[in-house]
Design a protein around this ligand. Structure first.
Ligand SMILES: Cc1cc2nc3c(=O)[nH]c(=O)nc-3n(C[C@H](O)[C@H](O)[C@H](O)COP(=O)(O)O)c2cc1C
Length: 191
């Protein structure tokens, strides 16, 4: 599998904690982890497999460091990228805005050409409204450290079991495409 680039922003450490758990599970040789506070967002173009982690703040807003660089995404082509997202929020305290930032980020990366994987069932959550919800799924893994901290690690494990085979399939497909392109080039040169 190609190396994964994980980019997260975090004000109080919860999204960072999840990034560390994901990194432990994948193993450090398989993933590079970046706090978006410290890197230019353009760095995401160095990876074909991406995990993006974002909490929602202040009634439906993007976390600050994501917010600072969000407009730059409009200038980045994500065609051919496979992207899995996770979001942190508070389904009861902010039930009208639960995980909105996850939804806003998912929409943006999709509009830039990325394929989104790792959608997550909404059944069992107690929110009223969410920009991250499309039908009966969230656009990524939905985590709530404020109300359901004990569910965080089992949810991460289950979600990784879903997305890793998809990342492997995307890697295999890209390798096939590369081989096919090389054969076409060789045929052209020989012919
Ligand atoms: C002032 C404040 C505003 C928040 N606004 C929202 C919100 O609109 N929607 C939501 O789902 N969660 C909201 N939350 C909950 C945070 O997203 C949650 O605590 C998250 O785990 C924080 O992640 P972080 O520690 O990585 O920054 C808010 C929390 C605070 C303290």
């Amino acid at each position: 599998m190609d190396k994964i680039g994980l980019f997260y922003g975090s004000d109080t450490g919860n999204t960072q904690f999840v990034a560390e758990k994901i990194s432990e599970r994948i193993g450090i040789s398989g993933i590079d982890v970046f706090d978006v506070r410290d890197v230019e967002i353009r760095k995401i173009t160095s990876y074909t497999l991406l995990i993006l982690g974002i909490p929602t703040w202040f009634d439906g807003e993007l976390q600050g460091d994501w917010g600072d660089q969000f407009s730059e995404l409009e200038h980045i082509d994500l065609t051919g990228k496979t992207v899995a997202l996770y979001g942190l929020g508070d389904q009861f305290g902010y039930d009208l805005y639960f995980l909105d930032a996850l939804g806003i980020l998912a929409e943006k990366v999709e509009s830039r050409g990325a394929s989104i994987i790792g959608e997550w069932p909404v059944a069992g959550y107690g929110h009223t409204k969410s920009k991250a919800q499309r039908g009966d799924v969230f656009r990524g893994c939905a985590l709530d450290m404020d109300n359901e901290p004990d569910l965080t690690e089992p949810r991460i494990d289950k979600w990784l079991d879903m997305i890793i085979p998809e990342f492997e399939a995307a890697t295999a497909k890209a390798a096939e495409r590369k081989t096919a392109n090389q054969m076409t080039t060789t045929t052209r040169i020989e012919g």
